[in-house]
Design a protein around this ligand. Structure first.
Ligand code: PLP
Length: 432
């Protein structure tokens, strides 16, 4: 992997450091935030002009580490880390001003607006959260459900969007049903098959349907709009979607899908600071969804989506840096990123098909897939193989020993290379 900086990047980085240093001394809040954002933009434009194969130089991953696990946790571009550090320094220069004095108001408004653009909705529909799990806890505690109501999801639903319902069911009296997805059939399923699989499970008392837009096991991209429409037609009242794997990976248009809630994490594909997320919440939920956090002064957010994100003192420097992560990703270009993901996935699929002992376990068509896929091993345990790949070869992938799957999950970002994928395939066979 080429980690050399181009002269333009080095220049830009120098300029970034100059301005960050200068503004920290000047203490001029508005100017300094604008300067940081302008520099992130400048650096991101430089990064966007690079071939994706050279883009690793904009990150700080260990040299020679083959990091193919962006679905578990992403990595922040160096310029976003620098912006974050700058906001931290600013905050610590006058904590009251930057926590309670409204010091970040304009900057945070811009973050919410940029998040809305990434989600495909209005700023007033966005709650800035900690992660996807938090939003699902909010829903399981706060939706108006009662004894006799059912919450439905498939075996592809992540624990972070499942456990909360199971816990609250016993306290609140509603029921939860999880149906099995035949994992081996997914490879050849159509969008209609995926919809039918869900719709045939919906009963008269099913009030909530939950599904991951892209699941974390085999990377099935559920047909969002089609599935929401079909569920509504069968009388489901609340459709809540887990977008942990999509924000930053796919172009999104959530408001158009008529979903009730679309919950995301920003520390995976958006490459924002860890412990940040964002959720789209439809206006019709404002009347019926109860907040999870109880804080003083919360009444000021009555009737606003912000009532769901107010938990008292907040970490604003990291939230500000979320804006820089959004800006960086935007400069890389949504369409260009998508093409790159499709290219890498096609390469991976061809390699698996040509390698004895490996089996492709994920959807094959572009519109049902994303940048995470399962490569089944016919020999050896996947977790032991993944451990050896990391310890002996510096390759980071996630393993699933799940019966019938026994797979390595590869989740490359745009800067990962065909050569890295190739190494995983070859060494997985040798290691098994
Ligand atoms: C599909 C899916 N949903 C939810 C989560 C939970 O994410 P978080 O811990 O950011 O809430 C993950 C984490 O990997 C995931 O892959």
């Amino acid at each position: 992997m080429n980690k050399q900086s181009t002269p333009e990047m080095a220049l830009s980085r120098r300029r970034f450091l100059q301005v960050v240093g200068a503004t920290a001394i000047s203490g001029s809040l508005l100017a300094s935030i604008n300067d940081v954002r302008a520099l992130v933009d400048e650096q991101a434009i430089v990064a966007a002009s690079l071939d994706f194969e050279q883009l690793a130089s904009a990150y700080s991953l260990t040299e020679n580490l083959g990091y193919l696990n962006h679905a578990s946790i992403g990595t922040m571009p160096r310029v976003v880390q620098q912006a974050h550090q700058h906001y931290l320094r600013l905050c610590e220069s006058n904590p009251w001003l930057y926590v309670w004095g409204g010091g970040w108001d304009a900057g945070l408004r811009a973050v919410r607006e940029a998040t809305a653009r990434a989600l495909g909705c209005q700023a007033e529909q966005v709650a800035l959260s900690h992660n996807t799990t938090e939003t699902f806890s909010l829903l399981a505690q706060g939706l108006p459900l009662q004894a006799g109501d059912e919450v439905l999801f498939s075996s592809l639903n992540h624990d972070g969007a499942s456990i909360c319902w199971q816990q609250q069911a016993s306290r609140r009296g509603f029921s939860v049903r999880r149906f099995a997805v035949p994992l081996h059939d997914v490879v050849s399923m159509s969008a209609d098959d995926v919809v039918a699989l869900h719709v045939e499970q919906i009963r008269e008392h099913t009030r909530v349907l939950v599904f991951p837009h892209i699941d974390n096991l085999i990377g099935l991209r559920h047909p969002l709009q089609q599935l929401v429409q079909a569920a509504r037609a069968k009388g489901v009242e609340f459709v809540c979607v887990d977008g942990a794997q999509t924000l930053g990976m796919l172009p999104l248009d959530v408001a158009a899908s008529d979903v009730d809630v679309y919950a995301c994490s920003a520390h995976k594909w958006m490459q924002a600071p860890k412990g940040l997320g964002a959720s789209y919440i439809h206006a019709r939920l404002l009347e019926v969804l109860k907040p999870m956090w109880m804080t003083w002064g919360q009444q000021r957010w009555q009737g606003s989506v912000r009532v769901f994100e107010d938990y008292g003192t907040r970490n604003f420097p990291e939230l500000m840096a979320f804006g820089d992560a959004l800006q960086f990703q935007q400069q890389l270009g949504r369409g260009r990123k998508l093409e790159r993901y499709q290219h890498l996935r096609q390469q991976a699929m061809d390699m698996v098909d040509a390698t004895a002992g490996l089996v492709w376990r994920s959807p094959r068509s572009d519109h049902l897939a994303g940048s995470l896929y399962a490569v089944g091993l016919q020999q050896g345990r996947a977790s032991a193989t993944a451990q050896r790949l990391f310890q002996q070869h510096g390759l980071v992938v996630r393993a699933f020993d799940t019966p019938g799957l026994n797979s390595l999950r590869l989740s490359p970002n745009v800067f990962n290379t065909t050569q890295e994928l190739q190494r995983v395939m070859q060494l997985a066979i040798a290691a098994a």
